[in-house]
Design a protein around this ligand. Structure first.
Ligand code: HEM
Length: 538
């Protein structure tokens, strides 16, 4: 090599050295400015920040614990000792997270703080302050992550688009339907399940996956109640294809919240694993199920058949523009109601029996109440059963306690359209994502005494009646104008199932299993829950 060549190489090396040194210095300065948070995220005065790394904030922790996300939130509150914290993670929008019941109530019910009211307001602000329910809306992150699956259905909708769906669906959830039709369907499905699954498992002594059975039960019941279709998931050994694809799409939606590069990873998966069904393939399976249901009902209506279920109500309703709903709008409605009606209740039932198996004293007390209130003859009479359930305080207490520790919607999020001040003084800025975590809240000692213990008795008042908690303290069914529309339906379905199962069977969790949650929008069991079933003797 010539002397000139060496000189050239040296000067190139020098240049690289200078650029490298300057970059390291800039990064060092930036790291000093952003020691615990993502680069360019501002420091939020007065809000404890969950521990993070320079420039990337909490991203490495989120990636590391993404399979235990709900516990990560819980631990964050325990470590800071605060009830409101903030996270900053590279590529993930800034969120203010609270488990303070007053703040949660404030977000759900949307009453602007007096501090905001007393400020000088423009006419525009006055309108938004009075109508503050619209201040915390479903934001662009939720829409981006779930758009393909849920479209503009009730979960993602805001404003007028939400209002017409809420109004139309409300017509189905009346007392007469509950007492006569809903209870009848639940009893029919439970009888099928008992005869064909549980009795067989008793006779053969083989374990069954309780979680899988509950998903099939609530799917069959809800598809029949809501859309008039007999899906017969309980009769098939495998998951029906619609349910399998729907679950994968749902899980994928949640993964998008914690993976800022989801568009790239999903595209790469398609190229690198071409033999694997892509999310689009799964969406096609889900769509064709919804379209079949719609086409069938249109044909029935053309033949003059009259139905009063959810699907028919929506087919006869108008959207926010006063027009009849098209197939896409009906498809969105169906899928939103499937996640609402199937998953949440199936999970609540699965976690109920997980808790009962681990707390035999509670199971015994519950059995005693069931035997006092429900005779064998009552089991086949939906109207009488419906009335008897109303007086079963302990059964309600068990369900509420399950939802306190295992809320079917473990975390939730909204997007602030305007500045606000929460009851604890936290300053919210326009464009903030605000989150609350029923999972972390239910397990926090500052919010609940003996928080991590399963104690249904906490729901019984001194006079023996059922204790009611505010929606902020116990947001299991959400609250305010968007409170769960199916709260009474879910409670009825769950309690009918609990009565039948506890009265007739004893379940034992097969030892050695890891019964834990799957991180998703709701709270499924990751590996299911295998149980042995025995007939309960007198
Ligand atoms: C144990 C069972 C259930 C639990 C714990 C539960 C909980 C919730 C929660 C937390 C929300 C708010 C979700 C959000 O942020 O948008 C919600 C909304 C909703 N739930 Fe339920 N739910 C249950 C069962 C049901 C059932 C059986 C139905 C029947 C159709 C239903 C219908 C709905 C609807 C339509 C909404 C949206 C309300 C709106 O945005 O106006 N839920 N539910």
């Amino acid at each position: 090599m010539s002397v000139f060549g060496d000189r050239k190489n040296n000067s190139a090396l020098q240049k690289i050295g200078i650029v490298g040194g300057a970059s390291a210095a800039i990064l060092g300065l930036l790291a000093l400015k952003y020691p615990d948070r993502a680069i360019f995220d501002e420091h939020r005065e007065g809000i404890p920040c969950q521990p993070g790394y320079p420039l990337v904030g909490g991203l490495p922790t989120i990636v590391r614990y993404k399979e235990k996300m709900h516990d990560l939130f819980m631990t964050g509150f325990e470590l800071t000792g605060a009830l409101t914290t903030t996270t900053s993670a590279l590529g993930i929008p800034r969120s203010i997270i609270t488990i303070n019941p007053k703040n949660v109530e404030h977000i759900l019910k949307g009453i602007l703080s007096t501090a905001i009211f007393s400020r000088k307001l423009t006419t525009h602000h006055k309108i938004s302050a009075i109508d503050n329910f619209s201040n915390y809306v479903k934001g662009p992150q939720l829409d981006g992550a779930t758009q393909e699956l849920f479209g503009h259905g009730i979960f993602n909708a805001n404003g007028e688009q939400w209002k017409y769906q809420r109004k139309t669906a409300s017509l189905v959830f009346n007392v007469k339907n509950f007492r006569d039709d809903f209870s009848r369907v639940f009893i029919k499905e439970i009888e099928y399940m008992s005869k064909n699954i549980f009795d067989k498992a008793c006779a053969e002594g083989t374990p069954v996956d309780f979680h899988d059975i509950m998903f099939k039960f609530t799917l069959d019941s809800f598809i029949l109640l809501g859309f008039g279709v007999e899906l017969n998931a309980l009769a098939s050994k495998e998951k029906v294809p619609f349910a399998a694809s729907f679950d994968i799409c749902q899980m994928n939606s949640f993964q998008r919240f914690v993976n800022p590069a989801w568009r790239i990873t999903e595209a790469l998966q398609k190229v690198l694993l071409p033999w694997k069904m892509s999310i689009q393939d799964h969406l096609n399976v889900v769509d064709s199920f919804a379209n079949e249901v719609i086409d069938r009902r249109r044909a029935q209506m053309e033949n003059g058949e009259i139905h009063t279920d959810l699907l028919s109500r929506f087919m006869n309703a108008s959207n926010q523009f006063g027009e009849p709903l098209n197939n896409k709008e009906l498809r969105d409605m169906i899928l939103n109601f499937v996640i609402a009606g199937r998953d949440t209740t199936a999970q609540a039932l699965s976690w109920t029996f997980y808790n009962l198996c681990n707390n035999p004293r509670t199971e015994y007390k519950l059995l005693k109440e069931i035997r006092e209130h429900i005779t064998d003859e009552m089991e086949n009479d939906p109207v009488v059963l419906y009335e008897a359930i109303k007086n079963m305080t302990y059964a309600h207490a068990v369900l509420y306690e399950v939802l306190r520790l295992h809320p079917s919607v473990p975390n939730n999020q909204k997007y602030a359209l305007n500045d606000d001040i929460w009851p604890d003084g936290t300053q919210i800025k326009k464009g903030d994502y605000v989150m609350w975590s029923p999972w972390a809240q239910g397990r926090n000692e500052q919010v609940w005494k003996n928080a991590k213990q399963f104690q249904p008795e906490r729901w019984i008042a001194e006079d023996g009646s059922l204790r009611r908690e505010s929606q902020g303290q116990w947001p299991a069914f959400h609250g305010g104008p968007r409170v769960c529309l199916g709260q009474n339906l879910a409670t009825l379905e769950a309690i009918i199932a609990i009565i039948f199962f506890v009265k007739h069977y004893e379940f034992t969790i097969v030892p050695g299993q890891d019964v834990t949650y799957q991180v998703s929008l709701t709270l499924p069991m990751k590996n299911g829950m295998n149980v042995y079933v025995n007939k309960r003797s007198g």
